[in-house]
Ligand binder design. Sequence first.
Ligand code: SAM
Length: 281
Amino acid sequence: MVDWFTETLHPHFRQQLSIDRLLYDSRTTHQRIQVFENGTFGRVMTLDGVVQVTENDNFIYHEMMSHVPILAHGAAREVLIVGGGDGGMAREVLKHRNVRRVTMVEIDAGVVEFCKEYLPGISAGAFDDPRLELVIADGAAFVAETERRFDVVIVDSTDPIGPGEVLFTDTFYGRAKRCLNPGGIIVTQNGVPFLQGDELTNTMRAFKALFADWTCYMATIPTYAGGPMAFGWGTDGDARAVDMATLRQRFEDAGIKTDYYTPEVHAGAFALPGYITRLLP
Ligand code: SAM
């Protein structure tokens, strides 16, 4: 008899993954954490009943949310990750040797400790990198108070439910912008627009008011079910206009092995279909 994990994030659409072996199911001070093994995706972690990361498809999400802004920027030294408790985003950002410091602000220490133990392959040693500074705090409070400035801000949050809700507000976005260096870029996990269109529209409305260049870019991650996922993009600089020859050179100089990101995929990800552009303000 196979048990099934059923994700009930969306009102009229559910996805199920077989629980081939349940490894953990408990609560931290903030969220319910489950980890189980699945024959297709490897180990799967969920928070409050929503798939967060899987061993076998996380590369798409983490490569696209890290290498796109960092290679577009071209000289990122200070990177802020808000959320990212599994360590996958830190793993990819730290592959950039020119990045001097990664400040990771994660609200739930339990997620970090837990992923270190049950999903070590996701962080792949990132938590031991001397350039990583882990701050256990609410990301919204951090951006309101920090004196630090960043070249890239990556909002690797849960969906706008529970502790993640505050990371989808105009106040948060305005305070995150305050933390950007000149030419700095913010990118956000903005859900699957076919099912969560309002989430993208709301973020883009805030970005339109805040940034000279605002849009989103796309990638499809199998376990973020419902079609391509959107990543919000906001900057006052011209990083999005980087030409292909420069992007290719930067990618080559970075010497990073990827399984999804390429300079061509980077450029193509910003080409939006009609049903997405109609969600933009
Ligand atoms: N890739 C996933 C996705 O697209 O939904 C996100 C993965 S990561 C595990 C999400 C992290 O955001 C979790 O570790 C969660 O604890 C953290 N988080 C949620 N709300 C937060 C907040 N207000 N401040 C900082 N971290 C937060």
